[in-house]
Design a protein around this ligand. Structure first.
Ligand code: PLP
Length: 257
């Protein structure tokens, strides 16, 4: 859903529930660059539901226009309503109270809101992952097996500096993986997870040797736009083209010849 990721798996079930309950709008909550909130905003639009996002930002920015960087551009293009809260407010009352109070407000206005929890992570949403694994099995990928011959699943917990905080080393790693493979990892989750996975492969080679590894890339590309200031010194590679004045004109085909 406008650059997708794992969150659409959960939304497939959650949005169906919203429609089944005759909701006319959905409410969800997350960080200022939440991929889940972006995917929800687009999914809601596809289903002709209004979308209310509660986004957590710093105290210094909570009264400002949140701008159009990354996920925010998509959310605002599709017309999601954005309510900003500070990290302190979020920590004080918690996501459930915040979504519930917006829900009560909308009900008083005669709306029929459906609340999706942080990340879409509840028991209903988890069915999306059950289906994802079945899909992998159907594709008959030879996924890594444990000693019983069954696939072994590992959730790589790689918090690093903390949620949405990226070290220069991790960002450099994201850049190196992109330059080496064409695969763009995301700064919040997959970049840290691959970083730790490769580190573990180096530190504990015996654990990984001879195994086939399927790494599930969970999306999150748009979050990288929030890191452009940190990335700028690592990219570069452009120059003004040097065209000799003596080069004659030669038309090509197509509109731009
Ligand atoms: C949310 C998110 C995750 C974590 O997924 P959960 O389903 O919330 O555990 C991983 N990667 C990306 C890019 C995400 O946005």
């Amino acid at each position: 859903m406008q650059l997708s990721g794992n969150k659409v798996r959960k939304l497939e079930f959650l949005m169906a529930d919203a429609v089944a309950q005759s909701a006319d709008c959905v409410i969800t909550i997350g960080g200022i660059q939440s991929n889940h909130c972006r995917a929800t905003a687009v999914a809601a639009k596809y289903l002709n539901l209004d979308c209310y996002l509660i986004l957590r930002t710093s105290k210094a920015l909570v009264d400002e226009d949140p701008g159009l960087t990354g996920n925010l551009l998509v959310e605002r293009l599709v017309g999601a309503h954005v309510d900003l809260v500070s990290k302190e407010e979020y920590a004080k009352v918690g996501s459930v109270m915040l979504t519930d109070s917006l829900k009560e407000k909308l009900i008083r206005e005669g709306r029929r809101p459906y609340v999706i929890p942080v990340g879409g992570s509840n028991s209903l949403g988890t069915w999306g992952y059950v289906e994802a694994i079945q899909e992998i099995e159907r594709q008959q990928l030879d996924i890594s097996s444990d000693s019983t011959g069954k696939p072994g699943f590992h959730d790589i917990v790689a918090k690093g500096l903390g949620y949405a905080l990226t070290t220069a080393e991790e960002l450099k790693f994201v850049k190196e993986v992109a330059a080496a493979t064409g695969v763009i990892l995301d700064p919040v989750y997959s970049g840290k997870a691959v970083f730790r996975m490769l580190k573990d492969m180096n530190d504990n080679p015996g654990k990984w040797e001879g195994r086939k590894v399927l790494f599930i890339h969970t999306g999150g590309l748009l979050g990288l736009y929030d890191k452009v200031d940190q990335l700028a010194p690592m990219v570069g590679n452009f120059r003004r083209m040097d065209i000799a004045e003596s080069v004659p004109r030669k038309d090509g085909t197509g509109k731009m010849f």
